[in-house]
Every structure is written in C-alpha cells, then in structure tokens.
Design a binder for this molecule. Structure first.
Ligand code: F6R
Length: 609
C-alpha cells in the first residue's frame, strides 16, 4: 500500500523523488521520507502526514545526493509518526524503503537485538536495514548482503536499498507488491508503478515475484529467487496514458466522475461492435461460455459490487449461475471448483492482495482465469489467462468511481456475449442489448446534470449521522456502493440494503431522522421497491428517491428529494445510476470538509491482507 521510489541519478535526485512520490501518494499518505547519499554518507528527511510536510522540510534543509530512495507510507506496523517513517537506516550504512509486511519480523527483530542492533522504530521494515548491515559487518559485498537479507524475509514486500559507500548502486526486490524498473539515459529508476516514473521514462520492466535487481547509472541486472541472472520484458507506455492532473476540478474524484461518459464509451468500444451489433465478436476467448456450468467471481470493495451486478446479468441474459465472493473470504473458503470452470477477478489496481490470492487458489484448482483490470501490467493482469482491460485511465481518487462504471461496462458486454454463446439470446436480442449499451455514455452525461440538485441533498445529508441506502435487483449493489462511497469519504455511517430485506430488521432504524436513499429505476421490479418505500414513508423515514421519468410518474410516495433520470434500457441503469450515487457522496464529503481524494485510513492499492 505504501509507495516506493529509487533513483541512481546524475544530479540532485530529491526533487525528482518528490515528483514521483506525488504520483504514489494515492497508495498511502500517513508520512513520507527521502534519503540520499551525500559525499559518502547517508542523509534523510522525513515528515509525518502528507507529502507537503516533507516538501516544507526539504525546502529548509535540501538533500543534495545524486542517488536516493523515497517512500510514502500507509502504516501497518507502528503509528504514523516521524520515527516510523521510511527510509529506515542501520549503522548509518544502509537505508531501506519498503512496501508490504514482513511476517517474521518479530523473530528477526529478537535475533538482531541479541546481535547488538538497536531499533529506532516500531516498524517491521527496520529489520531489513539491520539484516543488510549485519551482512556488511560480516564482510559480504553490498549486493550479497542485500540478497542474504532478502532470503531471510517472509511475507510481502517491495524494497529499495541504498548503501552509503555505493553511490552507483540501488538494489530493489519484489515478493508480492509490484516493483517497476524505469530505464533512463545514464540514470535508472525504481518505482511502485509506471505512473510514478512517468516524468522520467516511459520504458518499464516489471520485476516478477521473487526477483531482485541491482541498478547503476548504466546497468540493470535482474536476478530470480535463486540468484540466477534473468531477462524480463521491457514495456513502453504511452506518455499521455500516464498523465495525472486534476485539470480544472477541485478534486481528482470529481474529475474522474466527470470523465465517465468518455471512459465508458472508450471501454465499451473495445468490447462491443456497434456496427455488427455484437458483443465481444473480435475476442478469442480461452474458454467457451457454452460449456460452463457456473462462473466464480471474486473481488474486493467497489470491484466486488461490480461483480455483484454482473451476477444478475450473467444469470439473466446467459442463464449462467454465478458464485460471487468477497476475495478475502473466498481465499480461505476452500470452495470446490468445477473442472475447466471460469474464475473472474475484478480489480482496478490489479494488485489487491486478497483478489490475487483468490486468483492463485483458482489457478491451483485448474480454472480458466479471466481478469477485469484497470492497471495494465499489474500482477493480476499478468497472472490471468485473459485480461479484459477497463479503459478508465489512471484513477487517482482513492474512492473508486470511473473504474467501477468501466468494470460494469466490460461485465455487461461479457454477459451479453455469454448469452449469445449459450443460445439464450437471439441475434436480435443481442443487437437490442448492444444498442442499449451504446446509450450508456449519453445517459451518463445526462446524469451529471443532476449535480446542482445533488448539492442540495448533500447539505441535508451532511447534518445526519446515519444514512440507509435501498435497492433491489441490480440496484441492490448500487445501494451498497452508495453507502460505501458515503462512508469512506464523508465518514457518515451508511448501510446498503436489499429493499425487500428491510422488514427483516433494519426497518427498526427508520424514524424522521433517518434519510433513506432509494435507487429505483422503473425496472421489472419497480413496484416491489415502491412497496418497500411505502414501509419507510409510513414510519416517517425521509426518502431520497433516484428514479427515472416513469418511476417518478408512477411513484405513490412523496419523497423529500427526487432525482429524475431519463427513462433508459434496464441493462444500463446500474452504469448510469452510479453517477448520482457517487455525486451524493462527493458533495456530502466536500460539505463535511473531509479529505475527499485521500480519506483517512485508506489507500488506493491494498497490497496487504
Ligand atoms: C472503494 C474502493 C475500494 C476498492 C477495493 C478494491 O471506493 O475503491 O473498495 O474497490 O479496495 O480495489 P481494486 O479494485 O484495486 O482491487
């Protein structure tokens, strides 16, 4: 979850490291730090809180070294204060930055303390610095000391290591979280992802699990887990795909909400042939939908909710049963899997540890592995048999928005393709659904026009402590998504419920202080949802209804707020209704004055369990 950077450069690298860390701050922002080698000694600046605090510190006391490492932290071991901030030093000879968790750090710490090492932090990372320093004390050369230390570590890590006497050496290692090498001209780079390195290079090599590397000005040596030199492929990234800029928007989240009509359209165009009116006509799939008994989907958070919408679609349009799980549950559930089954994983980052572990479980169970992923080159993308990329572009706001609607777009196309392949959809029915999907960007654009009204609703919501979200069918995951968004960025407690489940418990919460957001397009189940709204209204609950023109005309309850979208085909409603749901959370958070793009305790890429 933390972000790491390293540069073997030819000029003062601290400003470059800051620039790269800015692009990684989405991964964690509890503290930040940089170390460089200056005239044969290691120096560092660290600061609690966001990167701006570190920048202030560097302004008054710059670092001048040409080789350095940097870190932005999402605390796992030890509170987010300055002494726990990376880089961590040992013997003033070794500096380390680390992303991940060292599972055997207690045992290593006891061993190192017994060996006379003094610990200055509560972190697991510090053991790495001391292990390397012990290797140097024992007479190992720097690379050997690093390798020996890495071989003692259990758990998940991406590392960058500096040695005070080696200005032309930077060691990196990866076991779990990603680590990219950037190829420069007379300088080389390490970073948690390609976006971090985009200001310096668009030529990237990803380390594989177990790899470690030694970078110098002119050379990059990569070794596998057994210490054998290996070649890993170079990839070129298109510069513009890595641009990260808020534009005129106040927050990345708002910018990303507004990008949705365009990125949904871009993503759909990749999967749907609007001329032939067919879904996935061009894709050669390594499995046959017609032969599948069921699909297993695993994901976390918002991506899981996209999967839950897809369950309705696959079952409705393709009569293909779906088992959907939260990945952190699935990975330990020991689910028996059908022979030659299909397992689908959904992830914006492509690095979520629980989703990746579920993928590996399914791989071991002999499943075909499909991945709906936003970050190209991510671990999940690389380990899948087939990748269905979402073309959302970099998503920087911690709360997922455009990645969600792009995931839905891909999954809708897959469900329609499955329906055709299984003979459940006629060519005509498929063409109708494809035409409907083509309308999604236009309706998404219209949904954005509700923003003014939504700001008024947000004013009301910012005054309450609890909010209930209700929906049925594909609007049920949307209700959960609305509640998740509101919780994570405004810190107001919210729950998403299946509207029909209300009477089995949560209805006890309803009184005149409880706002209830109802997501209810006029679909095949609309009347049932209206009955559930009646139950809320009868108990004085304050209803905020998101519906369409028909829904508004046929609604027999009087909502406190009414958001009316145009009538639209049922299949695209979850994609389009996501936008008002996101805007409600966004504006409530803005009024509450929270840190919208980087809410407390969260990180964009969850590479720990
Ligand atoms: C919520 C949110 C998270 C992520 C979840 C999975 O707004 O962003 O719930 O959806 O952490 O992340 P990915 O999609 O990267 O696997």
């Amino acid at each position: 979850m933390c972000g790491i950077v390293g540069i073997v450069g030819r000029q003062a690298v601290a400003p470059m490291i800051v620039e790269a860390l800015k692009r990684l701050e989405y991964r964690g922002y509890d503290s930040a730090g940089i170390a460089t080698i200056e005239h044969g000694h290691l120096d560092r600046r660290r600061a609690e809180g966001k990167l701006v605090n570190l920048e202030d510190r560097l302004r008054s006391r710059p670092l001048i070294g040409h080789t350095g490492i940097g870190h932005t932290r999402w605390a796992t071991h030890g509170v987010p204060n300055e002494s726990n901030a990376h880089p961590h030093f040992s013997d003033d000879r070794v500096a380390v930055v680390h992303n991940g968790i060292i599972e055997n750090f207690r045992e290593l710490r006891d061993e190192l303390i017994a060996d006379g090492f003094h610990f200055a932090s509560q972190t697991d990372t510090e053991v790495i610095a001391h292990l390397v320093a012990r290797g140097l004390r024992d007479g190992l050369a720097p690379k050997e000391a690093a390798r020996a230390a890495i071989s003692r570590l259990r758990g998940a890590f991406a590392l960058a290591i500096l040695f005070k006497d080696e200005e032309n050496l930077l060691v990196g290692a990866r076991n779990g979280p990603p680590l990219a090498i950037g190829h420069g001209d007379g300088e080389n780079y390490l970073g948690s992802d390609a976006i971090a390195l985009a200001p310096f290079t668009n030529t990237i090599t990803y380390l594989e699990d177990g790899d470690w590397c030694a970078l110098s000005h002119d050379g990059i040596d990569i070794y596998d887990v057994d210490g054998r030199p290996v070649e890993r492929a170079m990839q070129k990234f298109i510069g513009s795909s890595l641009l990260v800029d808020k534009g005129n928007h106040r927050h990345f989240m708002l910018k990303e909400i507004y990008e949705q009509p365009e990125v949904i359209s871009h993503t759909l165009a990749n999967y749907v042939d609007f001329v032939a009116e067919r879904a996935l006509a061009r894709e050669a799939l390594p499995f046959d939908f017609a032969g599948l008994e069921r699909i297993a989907i695993s994901a976390c958070g918002t991506a899981y909710l996209a999967g839950l919408v897809a369950k309705y679609w696959f079952e409705r349009y393709a009569r293909l049963p779906v088992d959907i799980d939260i990945a952190s549950e699935f990975r330990y559930r020991e689910m028996p899997m059908p022979k030659n089954g299909l397992a689908l994983f959904i992830s914006q980052s492509g690095e979520t540890a629980d989703t990746l572990a579920s993928l590996r479980y399914c791989r071991a169970e002999g499943q075909h592995i499909g991945a709906v992923v936003n970050v190209r080159g991510s671990t999940i993308a690389r380990e899948a048999d087939i990748v269905f990329p979402t073309l959302a572009g970099p998503e920087i706001g911690v709360a997922s928005t455009k990645a969600f609607t792009c995931q839905l777009s891909v999954l809708a196309a897959l469900a329609v393709a499955a329906g055709r392949a299984r003979g459940e959809l006629s060519a005509e029915a498929e063409a109708g659904l494809v035409r409907a999907l083509g309308e999604a960007p236009r309706f998404a654009n219209q949904a954005l026009k509700l923003e003014g009204q939504i700001e008024k609703i947000a004013h009301d919501l910012s005054k309450v402590r609890h909010v209930l979200y209700l929906g049925r069918d594909t609007s049920y995951p949307l209700a959960m998504e609305g509640a998740l968004k509101l919780k994570e960025i405004s810190y107001i407690h919210a729950e998403g419920y299946a509207a029909g489940e209300l009477k089995h418990g949560p209805i006890a919460l309803i009184d005149e202080d409880m706002p209830v957001v109802v997501v209810a397009p006029h679909d095949h189940i609309y009347e049932k949802t209206v009955s559930n709204m009646q139950e809320v209204a009868a108990r004085g609950g304050r209803i905020i209804l998101i519906t369409d023109e028909r829904g508004a005309a046929e609604c027999s309850v009087n909502p406190e707020h009414l958001l009316v979208l145009p009538d639209m085909p049922e299949i695209i409603a979850p994609i389009v209704y996501a936008l008002p749901v996101q805007l409600i959370a966004y504006h409530t958070a803005v009024i509450m004055g929270t840190d919208v793009d980087q809410p407390r305790n969260l990180a964009k890429s969850v590479t720990v369990e």
